[in-house]
Design a protein around this ligand. Structure first.
Ligand SMILES: *Cc1c(COP(=O)(O)O)cnc(C)c1O
Length: 242
């Protein structure tokens, strides 16, 4: 392991650069900086990094695998942090995720809604839910990286809104690698915003739009994202796939 002071200054420098990118993107889009929340994706990195990030002012962190996230969240339970779950989620992990997650961005099927709802009721915690949209999925299908096809958003949103223990917070997407939006992040995120407008017509409080990662956060901010999920640009290139 590297020297903690060195790691701290590395993270501080990276965070400052990401902050500058968000500030510029907001200015270019005529948006206020406070309308965009930075979520730092700490997957594959240790709890010690989460602690350093908290010292540096980060308040939102995300993970994509329950087996890594659960012990990390437990090791950091003394810190005031919001934990976002952003990975594909099996129903048998719902109970564990409901113990520490404040938000689940990857809600993409009704079985998962039921599992998260029972888990949330059991733990007595309210879970904020975002519907993950697969912009490259065909009608009625799920995408390769999770997510519901756009024509399934409404039904799933109604299911979340009616489920005990769950709160419908908005929509999430990952820019697709295939299909008509491959390589067109800005268009993909603008499409997500259209779905968000429709969703808000029926569920006005569901106004979170989670889009944009290290490589495309500017496109997401330009389109209107309220939350960007940034990993590599803050923590460095991940030591293994995650
Ligand atoms: C890993 C991950 C991110 C962050 O990606 P980077 O390219 O490292 O910024 C964002 N969203 C999801 C769903 C992820 O799995």
């Amino acid at each position: 392991m590297s020297d903690p002071n060195e790691r701290r200054s590395e993270l501080a420098g990276n965070l400052a650069r990401v902050e500058e990118r968000i500030v510029c993107a907001c200015a270019a889009a005529g948006r206020k900086r406070e309308d965009v929340t930075l979520i730092v994706v700490t997957k594959t990195y240790p709890a010690s990094d989460v602690r350093l990030l908290h010292e540096l002012g980060v308040r939102h962190v995300a993970e994509n695998k329950d087996q890594d996230a659960a012990p990390k969240a437990a090791a950091c339970s003394d810190l005031s942090l919001s934990w976002h779950f952003v990975g594909q989620l099996q129903t048998n992990k719902a109970r564990s995720v409901a113990e520490y997650a404040d938000f689940v961005h990857s809600v993409d099927r009704s079985k998962l809604v039921s599992a998260l709802s029972s888990a949330a009721v059991r733990t007595g915690r309210e879970l904020g839910c975002l519907i993950q949209v697969a912009l490259d999925a065909e009608s009625g299908e799920r995408g390769d990286r999770g997510g519901v096809a756009p024509d399934g958003i409404e039904e799933l949103a109604d299911a979340v809104a009616g489920a005990p223990g769950l709160r419908l917070d908005g929509l999430m997407t990952v820019a697709p690698l295939a299909g008509p939006y491959a390589g067109r992040q800005r268009a993909a995120f603008e499409r997500l915003m259209e779905f968000s407008s429709r969703l808000r017509a029926a569920h006005p409080a569901a106004n979170m739009v989670s889009a944009g990662m290290s490589s495309d956060l500017e496109d997401a901010v330009a389109a209107g994202a309220t939350h960007v999920r940034v990993g590599t640009a803050v923590l460095g290139v991940r030591p293994r796939l995650g």
